[in-house]
Design a binder for this molecule. Sequence first.
Ligand code: DGY
Length: 354
Amino acid sequence: MIMRLVTLAYIASVTAVSCATADNSTMSNLKVLVSSKDYPESGLKILREHFTVLQTTHLNFGEEGKKENYEELLNLIPGCSALVWLSHHPITNELLDRAGPNLKLVATVSAGYNHCNVDELKARGIKLSNTPDVLSAAVAELAISLMLGAARRFPENLQQVQSGEWEIGFGVVLGQEIRGSTVGIIGLGGIGQAIVRRLAGFEVNRFLYTGHREKPEAKALHAEFVPLDTLLSQSDFVVLAVPLTNETKLMINSTTLGKMKRNAILINVGRGDLVDQDALYDVLKSKTIYAAGLDVTTPEPLPKDHKLLTLPNVFILPHIGSATVRTRSDMGALAANNVVRGLSGKPLITPVLP
Ligand code: DGY
């Protein structure tokens, strides 16, 4: 329902954007800075119709994002009215200072906004938007890929194919099924709900979820609201789909891992810092839980000699949850439409700080 409302608001905003030509003459002088050279055309097109668009010539990712691109951002940002932020590099006070008082809005092209220096934006009266919902399907598909990959031991099996040394036999490399399992979702928001909906054909026995409060959407999904401890002790798959906050940081640690079943599989599509990776290493190594599937780690990239990568029972992907052509394009467009609305004094479509 909420998803539908957001989508309707989004369609309305696209219509509003195309009707907003009366404002365009005044808005076209406003400078909008795009923080990475790989921002999708879907967003650039919208921004260029309304504003003077500045864009860095580097990637705002990895070391380039921390060095050359950051320097370029510092040079380009003075006087900009909005900043379109790609990547999870932090938005620093230095950058905000350099922007000056014209900066009215930051539009992060991500659902998560733990990198956005939210308290500081708030203190400075700068609005913040993100891009939830449009990425839920892609992230949910990836979460299910991780469930399958960890349960059916993809890393070990791929290794066998690559080395040409297959374990042959009827009783080797046996995995687990989603069929008949209990799937526990920590955080039944847009992504969590999309995961449950997509698992409908997998013959899951029970869906459990936990969070601050019961979700009205849960009834139709046949998901039972339970305390965290119940979810941990009863789930065969524990799926992390919560944002990273002070409260959720390291919520999966030696204590919570110790409550999980021996055959449990931990899936993380949220943020690496939700999990104490040393504690996770220990329980995977000692086979106190069965496996883990992680799309997010700390740090990113995970160094290739990281101890987690020595384990056969962890399936790690390089933070690609939303990385599909369609979803990245939708995220780019949504961020741009938030900028158009924000700078023309209209409510943001997906506000974090309205
Ligand atoms: C998000 O949007 O927060 C995803 O992690 C992809 O960046």
